[in-house]
Design a protein. Structure first.
Length: 113
């Protein structure tokens, strides 16, 4: 029994360290156009809402995932085209990559504010 408790405690400590090392997507980001986007939890996912610029207040995406890798949809507010794709966080950079019909693809890198 004691060995089980020690093993469980070690597993818990290891899993907690992994979670703390994850790159969080939450926060404020400077988009490629220069606007500020806020990424915040919303119903089990993360919503992307523009806070500044011509489209301030508009929700432009929703992503789900953990660690540094996320998948979901993001809409270009200028064209109203929605791209399904992914985002990956590395330090203070968020690389967004998405495609429409697997033919028209775009990528952007946002900076953490």
């Amino acid at each position: 029994m004691r060995m089980f408790i020690v093993a469980a405690a070690a597993a818990l400590a290891f899993s907690t360290a992994s979670v703390q090392a994850a790159e969080p997507i939450e926060g404020n980001w400077k988009t490629a156009s220069g606007a500020t986007a806020q990424i915040a939890p919303c119903g089990g996912s993360f919503c992307v809402t523009l806070k500044t610029g011509k489209h301030a207040g508009k929700q432009i995406g929703k992503m789900a995932g953990t660690g540094g890798d996320y998948k979901g949809n993001i809409t270009d507010p200028e064209t109203d085209k929605t791209y399904s794709g992914s985002g990956s966080v590395s330090g203070n950079s968020l690389k967004m990559k998405g495609c429409v019909l697997a033919v028209l693809c775009k990528s952007q890198t946002w900076s953490r504010l």
